[in-house]
Design a protein around this ligand. Structure first.
Ligand code: NAD
Length: 381
């Protein structure tokens, strides 16, 4: 059965939904559906971007951030949604790419009413977009959204897959091992200097795995409590946030936010490889070539950070969530990356270009396309 048999979604047109929720389409070239979702009562201002559903319904997190403008929010949603298409295609999960952003300060503007209005908007899409946690949106927030729609994953309950962070971190760790193998001929992390930017949901787990594998850690985070803990528990050297990208190290692991590989930062990198979890690390595609020219090996973000996606998508299997399956798949991010490194060398192109080509090929020929509908086992409690 094809995912398109789900309830027909709202196509790019205005829609008034009885209550104060309003959904209107924004035509964007190259995207299947981009929707502005607003609700006067709760103050919701959100964008849902569905990039491509050739391989299955769009799946992607909800980012809650106080964007400076609607345009900035839209740009972020579009970039993130496209990245999810590539991530899903390479990870072969039978999903497409989508993402949503809510324009709000998660510390003060995130109310149950706002999340519930967002959930009602997602429900209107009839399963064409499935949401999960992301920056500014916690598992508890997803639980609130779940009261308004079943089209969510990553809930803190027994029928769901829970926090994707540790899985993303393990995939990043395995991808880092592949990067080290390619650079040094051994995948041992013992004694390697790893600089980690951002000790959040992913970075905090990553440094734990790295510590036990024998890495020497250098870390930075805006939150001094997190860096103090890293220094105490794992002997990490703490550096100011404006210095982490330029510290001498074997591997730089960006785990905070996107766009950190750009014209300004590339000349200052003093690492052999970049392998981190952040989405959209390259400001523009051509920055991958600039990295290659500097001899820095780059683990494409949408390949190395697929661990969380592999975990949340496992809960939609007909048999329900069984943790051994995503563990197996996340472990093999190592092999996928080694293969990409080989292809890139053979084709004399950047690792980013090889990964994009792999994703495009899979999408074009329907490789890994979903053949059964996702099953939502979780309940609203
Ligand atoms: P998070 O919000 O939990 O953590 C981000 C951390 O970065 C925070 O501790 C924050 O204080 C820190 N930070 C912010 N600005 C910083 C700066 N200038 N310098 C240093 N640190 C800074 O996010 P997360 O869930 O850990 O995700 C990290 C990155 O990985 C994000 O780009 C996210 O999109 C991506 N990602 C996460 C997952 C997941 O499973 N959580 C999956 C795929 C990709």
């Amino acid at each position: 059965m094809n995912h398109q048999l789900l309830d027909p979604p709202i196509r790019n047109k205005e829609s008034f939904l009885g209550d104060s929720l309003r959904i209107e389409g924004i035509p964007v070239q190259g995207y299947e559906q981009v929707l502005r979702v607003t609700d006067k009562k709760s103050g919701l201002k959100a964008i849902v971007a569905i990039h491509n559903t050739s391989l299955g319904p769009a799946l992607g997190g909800v980012r809650i951030q106080p964007y400076t403008s609607f345009e900035a929010a839209l740009e972020d949603a579009l970039r993130l949604a496209k990245g999810m298409t590539y991530k899903s295609a390479v990870a072969s999960v039978g999903f497409g790419g989508g993402k949503s952003v809510i324009i709000a300060d998660p510390k003060v503007q995130k109310t149950p009413e706002l999340l519930s209005a967002f959930g009602r908007g997602v429900e209107q899409l009839g399963g064409n977009y499935i949401c999960a946690e992301d920056s500014g949106c916690t598992m508890e927030d997803v639980r609130v959204i779940r009261r308004a729609t079943k089209y969510v994953v990553g809930l803190p309950n027994a029928k769901s897959s829970g926090d994707p962070g540790p899985f993303t971190a393990w995939g990043t760790f395995r991808g880092m091992q592949a990067t080290i193998k390619r650079l040094f001929g051994t995948d041992s992390i013992e004694g390697k200097v790893v600089a980690v930017q951002g000790l959040g949901n992913v970075g905090s787990h990553l440094i734990e795995y790295l510590f036990w594998a024998g890495a020497e850690l250098i870390v930075a985070d805006l939150d001094p409590v997190k860096t103090a803990e890293a220094a105490h528990k794992y002997g990490a050297k703490v550096v100011p946030v404006d210095q982490i990208l330029g510290v001498p190290c074997d591997i730089l692991a960006p785990c905070a936010f996107g766009g950190i590989i750009n014209d300004d930062t590339i000349p200052s990198f003093r690492c052999r490889g970049i392998a981190g979890s952040a989405n959209n690390q390259l400001l523009r595609d051509f920055h991958a070539d600039k990295l290659s020219a500097r001899g820095i090996l780059y683990a494409p973000d949408f390949v190395i950070n697929a661990g969380g996606l592999l975990n949340v998508s496992a809960e939609l299997e007909e048999a329900g969530y069984q943790v051994a399956l995503p563990r197996y798949k996340v472990h093999h991010i190592y092999d996928t990356l080694l293969a990409i490194y080989e292809i890139a060398e053979k084709n004399r192109e950047s690792t980013h270009a090889s990964s994009l080509a792999l994703a495009d090929y899979r999408i074009r020929y329907g490789i890994g396309k979903r053949t059964v509908l996702p099953v939502f086992h979780h309940t609203a409690t």
